[in-house]
Ligand binder design. Structure first.
Ligand code: NAD
Length: 263
């Protein structure tokens, strides 16, 4: 099926590894021009080379700490001058620290707010005016199933990602008339470094091994396994497609059936 996004310019943030990397790869496979960013230069170079070799598309990388306004402005400037207008923006980010409420001081809350929520607002503020002028655009935010069903020991994620969902819904109403859609993907447990690290933290708390923790996570899921990053990425590609032009303001969970509620 032709998704109608060949040659579109795509920026995927926090994309040297994990879900972000997989999304960048799948857009490259559709013939899009790709920009990736994260804080780690060597990972960015490796991912850039890997995607270019596999798909032969344009890939540029930028060093960017998503919690810093200046890095975000710099990334936007580099992508705009090297690729041109950004047509599709995927706002991914590193997960905020784990912890219960008594372990988190103002500084940790502020850092998590900058990284999880303000980074989305800042990138959108830079990118959306161009989309409005061209009357086409796609904004896709990667959140978590924590916005449907809060996860134990992740109060920062549970709180701030819900903020992203409320913001995205308001934004989608404001800019739908410019043919710009705004949607959120809420991944379930997906086998990446992030999940591995969470399993290590939980293993320390519980005195069990991280292998057992990962295996138990799989058993909680009706599909009886963790997600693969590319299973999250394929929804991002669909949401960016011409076929999804009438789909906006939604949060879709890709979780193997983990969320037990109806909505
Ligand atoms: P990951 O740790 O595998 O990859 C995260 C990427 O973000 C890496 O490229 C890293 O370099 C980059 N990054 C981290 N902090 C950054 C910062 N401050 N500035 C710029 N780049 C930064 O993580 P993942 O599993 O791919 O998760 C991606 C997102 O999806 C996270 O927000 C995570 O919380 C969320 N999520 C993951 C799962 C899961 O099970 N893996 C489930 C639900 C939600």
């Amino acid at each position: 099926m032709d998704l109608g996004i060949k040659n579109k310019n795509v920026l995927v943030t926090a994309s040297s590894k994990g879900i972000g990397k997989s999304i960048a790869e799948q857009f490259a496979a559709e013939g899009c021009n790709i920009a990736i960013c994260s804080r780690t230069k060597q990972d960015l170079i490796n991912t850039t080379l890997e995607i270019k070799k596999k798909y032969g598309t344009e890939v540029i990388w930028c060093l960017c700490d998503l919690s810093k306004a200046r890095d975000i402005e710099n990334t936007f400037d580099i992508v705009s001058s090297n690729l041109g207008n950004i047509d599709i923006l995927v706002n991914n980010c590193g997960g905020p620290s784990a912890g219960y409420f008594q372990e988190l001081d103002d500084e940790k809350w502020q850092n998590a707010f900058e990284q999880v929520m303000l980074s989305v607002v800042r990138f959108n503020n830079l990118v959306i005016p161009g989309m409005m002028a061209r009357e086409w655009g796609r904004i896709i935010n990667i959140t978590s199933i924590s916005v449907k069903q809060p996860i134990d020991n992740l109060i920062l994620s549970n709180s701030l990602r819900t903020g992203v969902v409320g913001y995205a819904k308001s934004l989608s109403n404001e800019i739908a008339k410019y043919s710009i859609t705004v949607n959120n993907i809420a991944p379930g447990y997906t086998l990446t470094n992030r999940l591995y690290e969470l399993a290590v933290v939980r293993a320390k708390i519980s005195g069990r091994s991280h292998e057992e923790i990962l295996s138990d996570m799989g058993k909680e899921i009706p599909m009886n396994r963790l997600a693969r990053p590319e299973e999250i990425a394929s929804l991002a590609i669909y949401l960016a497609s011409m076929q999804a032009a009438y789909l906006t303001g939604n949060t879709i969970h890709v979780d193997g059936g983990l969320v037990k509620g109806l909505y």
